[in-house]
Structures are given as structure tokens and as C-alpha cells.
Design a binder for this molecule. Structure first.
Ligand SMILES: Nc1ncnc2c1ncn2[C@@H]1O[C@H](COP(=O)(O)OP(=O)(O)O)[C@@H](O)[C@H]1O
Ligand SMILES: [Mg+2]
Length: 387
């Protein structure tokens, strides 16, 4: 069984170091492991003290490392789409568009990174794939991309495809906008179906778990809580939180106040994340770089645990419940206050919005005519009554 472990958290908390340490621990125990960095500010090379490339590079027995380049991925996967987009841009007076520029279009980064995951899962060379991601906001964008795309595809794409077929002969001479031909549609459709496959893999609790990396300080802890909420909302499985850079008793007088505030936040983390595994790592007196120090870090993080195991009992993020004549939707939804939550039923879709993040749930037939009447938070779960 292949495993994907994705690390997310605020910038600088130690995602790359923990990813590298996890990778080494897996490789040492005989698991064929790949660490992929999707953060454009790649730093796996600095953790391992090696030169990397957009292709996998061998670090040691059983361990490869790859720093993905979106430009590279676009060249590989997006030729047809690129040709169309280039034609479209030209028609609008934009000349000489290059892969680098297409890479800035929304969604391309995410799509090409996710395609890599699918590629490695299908190829099956690795037992464990570790994802070292960009800071929280970016990785949430990555993880919500398949859903966002499916929303777009279900609504806009079928229509525009039909329209294109019918109107192409008329529209072209008048508007001077090239319409995508069937080739392009085909590659968009293919992309769509591949994104559905990716989402299936990433939300399968037997394959993919997400690990939050935080430091015991207010800012990264708050960001971690928000990330946890949104990950639950998107149906992802979080199996642990790694609290990194804890100051030990030996860290001296200068850090005494820090140690006090870290202790308070650690208690808070223990209460807030009591349902998942909490792993702790001390601040090292030097940067954990190079195989030996990363190996030590791996031992410190996991102890007797197997890093590739699923580290806590996972509950299904969303359940549809019928009780007598009442229907409920129950979802894990920690750290949200009722005021921040918005719910609507729009023709069979339940829209759940918290601040900037929204998710559309396609309701089962039995609920599609009902509207949310009441919502209650209880123990980190949201219970929505549908009438
Ligand atoms: N436990 C630790 N002790 C000492 N330094 C650490 C520890 N964890 C990470 N670092 C250092 O902190 C910095 C940021 O870590 P990094 O793994 O690059 O974070 P991220 O990937 O989350 O941005 C790096 O210089 C790294 O070597
Ligand atoms: Mg990093």
C-alpha cells in the first residue's frame, strides 16, 4: 500500500526539515521514499546539502528528492492547452507568451503539482511519498483546487463546450477570438478527470494523511488551528501535529520567558488537538541539515512509531445522518465560531463558507430538497439540521 504524507504549516516552522527527517526515517527502514517539494522557494536542497533538479535525485539508499518546477511540468503536460492559450492571447494582441507566463495563470501551479502526485501513485515506484509544501495558504489552495475545478467544470464547461461546437463557424470571423477546438476540450476534460482521481487519492484516509507543523508560539498555533478547520472542511484527514522548536530547560536565562509562554501554548495545543497525535521536537543548537542530523531529528519526532503509519484514529469528516423524521449533516469542524459560518442550500448543493474558504457539498438525493434550518457546534463537530 502506498502512502502520501503531506506537511503543512506557517512559513519557517520547520516543514522542510520535518519532511526531510521523515523521509530519512522511512528510507532507513526500507521504504522506498520520495520527498517532493511543491514550495517554489525550494529548500530541500539546503536541508540535505545537495544539488537537486526538477527530476528526482537520489539522496541515499531508498530516498529520492524532487523539487518540482511548474514551468517544467507545463512543458510536459500542457502542450495542447498552451497552444490554445497562446492563440487566445495573440488574438487579444498579446504576443510571444511563454511557459513561464502561463505558469502565472491561476490553477496551473496547483494542477501541475497534483499531476505529479498522480503520476507517482500510478507508477508505483515509491512506498511513501512525502510532500513538503509552501506555507499554509498556498497549500490550502493546492488542496482545494480539485474541488474548485470541479465546481467550474460542472457549471461552465458543459455549456461552453456545446456552444463552441455549434457557434464556432459563426463566431470565429466576427469576434476574432479563437474558440478551443476539440483537442483542447479533450485535454481540459482529461485534466478534469485526473483531478478527480487526485482528489480521491488525497482524501482516501488509507492513503493520504496530513501532518500539521507548528511552533509553540501564538502566531503559528493560530495559523495551524485555521488550517485544521479548512482541511476538515475540504474532507482531508489530519493524523498528527508536530510541535517543533521547543526550548529545552538547558536553553538558559535569556529564553526563560519564552519557555514560560511555550509551556502555556503547549498546554493549549494538547487541549485543542487531543483527538490527534501530538509529536514534539526540541530546538536544536544547530540547524538540522545533512543526513546525520536529519536522521537524529527523525528519531526525535517518531520515537518507536513508524512514520508511515496513520498516527491517530480518523473519523469520517462528513456524515449524512437520518434520525426518525429528521436529517442531519455532521462534519468535523473545529475552532470555528458560529458567527463566521455561512450555510446555503442552492439547488441540491450545500454551500459552507468560513471567511474566504468555501466548499460545495453535493447533497444526496434525500437531502437535496431540504434547507439548513439549524446549526450547532458540539465538541469540534458541526451538526446541521436539514428540513
Ligand atoms: N528543531 C529545530 N532546531 C533548530 N533549527 C530548526 C529546527 N527545525 C527547523 N529548524 C531551522 O529553522 C529554519 C526553518 O526551517 P524549515 O524547515 O526551512 O521551515 P519551513 O519549511 O516550514 O519554512 C531552518 O533554518 C531550519 O534549519
Ligand atoms: Mg520549506
Amino acid at each position: 500500500m502506498q502512502r502520501i504524507i503531506l506537511f503543512t504549516g506557517k512559513g519557517g516552522v520547520g516543514k522542510t526539515s520535518v519532511s526531510a527527517a521523515t523521509g530519512i526515517s522511512c528510507a532507513m527502514e526500507g521504504k522506498k521514499t520520495l520527498i517532493i517539494s511543491t514550495d517554489p522557494a525550494h529548500s530541500l536542497r539546503d536541508a540535505f546539502l545537495i544539488d537537486t533538479s526538477p527530476e528526482p535525485v537520489k539522496v541515499m539508499e531508498n530516498l529520492d528528492v524532487q523539487e518540482i518546477s511548474t514551468t517544467d511540468a507545463i512543458k510536459k503536460y500542457w502542450d495542447k492547452l498552451k497552444i490554445y492559450l497562446t492563440a487566445l492571447m495573440r488574438s487579444q494582441g498579446v504576443e510571444g507568451i511563454a511557459a513561464e507566463e502561463i505558469a502565472t495563470l491561476p490553477g496551473f501551479d496547483e494542477a501541475s503539482q497534483l499531476l505529479y502526485i498522480l503520476y507517482y501513485m500510478e507508477k508505483g515506484d515509491y512506498d511513501v511519498i512525502i510532500m513538503d509544501t509552501a506555507p499554509t495558504g498556498e497549500s490550502l489552495k493546492l488542496l482545494s483546487f480539485p474541488e474548485a475545478l470541479s465546481w467550474y467544470m460542472e457549471r461552465i464547461f458543459p455549456i461552453s463546450r456545446k456552444t463552441a461546437k455549434v457557434v464556432r463557424p459563426f463566431v470565429k470571423p466576427f469576434l476574432n477570438i479563437p474558440l478551443p477546438d476539440d483537442n483542447v476540450f479533450q485535454s481540459i476534460e482529461e485534466l478534469y478527470s485526473r483531478m478527480r482521481d487526485v482528489r480521491k487519492i488525497l482524501t482516501d484516509e488509507k492513503i493520504t494523511t496530513i501532518r500539521l507543523v507548528s511552533n509553540p508560539d501564538t502566531m503559528s498555533f493560530n495559523e495551524t488551528k485555521r488550517a485544521y478547520t479548512y482541511l476538515m472542511m475540504y474532507g482531508y484527514n489530519v493524523d498528527s501535529i508536530i510541535v517543533n522548536k521547543i526550548y529545552s530547560e538547558t536553553s538558559g536565562n535569556f529564553l526563560a520567558k519564552w519557555r514560560e509562554s511555550q509551556a502555556i501554548i503547549l498546554r493549549n495545543i494538547e487541549e485543542s488537538f487531543s483527538d490527534i497525535k501530538i509529536l514534539k521536537v526540541f530546538m536544536n543548537d544547530i540547524e538540522p541539515t545533512g543526513n546525520n542530523l536529519l536522521m537524529e531529528m527523525g528519531k526525535e519526532i517518531y520515537g518507536d512509531l513508524k512514520p508511515w503509519d496513520i498516527l491517530s484514529d480518523l473519523q469520517p469528516p462528513v456524515e449524512f445522518i437520518s434520525k426518525k423524521d429528521k436529517s442531519f449533516i455532521k462534519m468535523k469542524f473545529p475552532f470555528v465560531s458560529k458567527e463566521k459560518l455561512e450555510l446555503h442550500n442552492r439547488g441540491g448543493e450545500l454551500i459552507v463558507q468560513v471567511e474566504n474558504w468555501r466548499r460545495v457539498f453535493f447533497l444526496p438525493q434525500s437531502l437535496s430538497e431540504k434547507t439548513p434550518s439549524n446549526a450547532e457546534f458540539n465538541n469540534g463537530f458541526l451538526l446541521i439540521e436539514m428540513i
